[in-house]
Design a protein around this ligand. Structure first.
Ligand SMILES: [Zn+2]
Length: 398
């Protein structure tokens, strides 16, 4: 490809381009955890053709990568537009047609990722010719950060802060374009996803001497986790917009044992901790881990093979609101003076904030359409997102 002088920079042209690009992006079935080289190559080629400097930040296993693209000179003080390239799975049973083939129904464009969040990526890519046209006037750089595996635990975003630092890129503000209905969001909970495996002994239930039942041991640990969850609910935070106003813990799945009359030699349970952004989820987890270690010691006295192991499956940092946030200020100046709110879902924003970038979540589309069969975005929502991006470009020229 070469720089296309005829690429549209007017609003109607960019809107048509965004819909066409969205069709291409939805066609990459980038379910979290799968290799994403095809979509990375497509995005990088498109952005390089409009003069962006494009860096690929690969995961250690080489199969997935983030894209970091920069328009303009200078590496500090710029604005980031951030979105994730992965999508949640799509069970075809819930869809009227192939979820990975974008289709139109009236004003709606329907396909997996349409709103969460390939629609926003398509708007960024459709705005690239406009940014290229203004490149000579940019006073601050504009960066696109497109991540992998957000839906499984923000794995791409977790590594991008170190990558930016290694490349000397120090943006001032970031907009994570998740669908918030164009209302700014300055806070969300953190999330720790965990799986605990208790290993005990095999044997007949009639003779438990010297044996460890993994189900009994797991039930003791789960009782302690429930006790701590109750204790957290008893000391709510006084001034927080979050409901409920405390860290929650949920044990969502338990599996173990073989029969009523057999000592269970294995038991697994899946659980999660959702702290408020200003709470220390690791401290909550560490308290439970030390209780588990003491319990494991008691099990050892009966069977040296007995053990309790907890694996961190995923972790998403919370987004904490703060005063003088340059990203919130940008949204206030360019779009709405509505006070920023909070959401219950996690995003990449916590990791950008941890990398020292003022960050808000703000993007087109409805929360209700996310992760649903027949996921959609409308022409009007795309138009609103493009208008905002065009204002960001203009602002970076001032
Ligand atoms: Zn999302």
């Amino acid at each position: 490809m070469s720089l296309n002088d005829t690429a549209p920079t007017d609003h109607a042209g960019m809107q048509a381009e965004a819909a066409a690009i969205l069709a291409d992006l939805v066609g990459f079935p980038t379910v979290s955890g799968l290799p994403n080289g095809n979509i990375v190559d497509y995005i990088a080629a498109r952005l390089e053709c409009f003069g962006a400097t494009t860096l690929i930040d690969r995961h250690a296993d080489g199969t997935r990568a983030n894209v970091v693209a920069t328009f303009g000179d200078g590496l500090s003080g710029g604005v980031v537009l951030c979105g994730h390239m992965d999508v949640v799975p799509a069970d075809p049973a819930g869809w009227c047609a192939d979820p990975f083939r974008l289709r139109r129904d009236g004003e709606r464009l329907i396909g997996r990722g349409a709103v969460d969040m390939k629609g926003f990526l398509a708007m960024c890519l459709a705005a690239a010719p406009l940014i290229a046209a203004e490149a000579g006037r940019l006073k601050r750089p504009i960066h696109f950060i497109f991540t992998f595996d957000e839906e499984e635990g923000c794995f791409g975003a977790a590594q991008v802060g170190a990558f930016l630092a290694a490349n000397g890129i120090a943006p001032a503000a970031a907009i994570v374009g998740e669908p918030t209905g164009m209302v700014p969001v300055s806070a969300h909970r953190a999330l720790l996803e965990l799986t605990t495996t208790v290993t005990g002994s095999s044997g007949h239930a009639s003779n438990p001497t010297g044996k460890v039942s993994a189900v009994h041991a797991a039930s003791l640990l789960m009782a302690e986790i429930v006790r701590r969850a109750d204790a957290l609910s008893q000391s709510p935070h006084a001034q927080t917009p979050f409901l409920p106003p405390y860290a929650t813990i949920n044990i969502g799945r338990v599996a173990g044992g073989e029969a009523r009359n057999a000592i269970a030699n294995i038991c697994h349970f899946d659980w999660e901790v959702r702290p408020l952004p200003y709470e220390d989820g690791d401290a909550i987890f560490a308290g439970i881990e030390s209780h588990a270690a003491a319990l494991a010691q008691r099990l050892h006295a009966r069977d040296r093979e007995a053990s309790i192991k907890t694996e961190v499956i995923a972790r998403c940092l919370g987004l904490a609101p703060h005063a003088n946030c340059r990203a919130a200020d940008l949204v206030r100046r360019l779009w709405t003076d509505e006070a920023p709110g909070v959401v219950s879902f996690g995003t990449d924003a916590g990791y950008l904030q941890a990398a020292g970038i003022d960050t808000v979540v703000f993007g087109p589309g409805e929360f209700a359409a996310m992760h649903q069969p027949e996921e959609w975005i409308t022409d009007g929502q795309i138009a609103a997102g493009l208008t905002f991006i065009a204002r960001v470009v203009d602002d970076c020229c001032r």
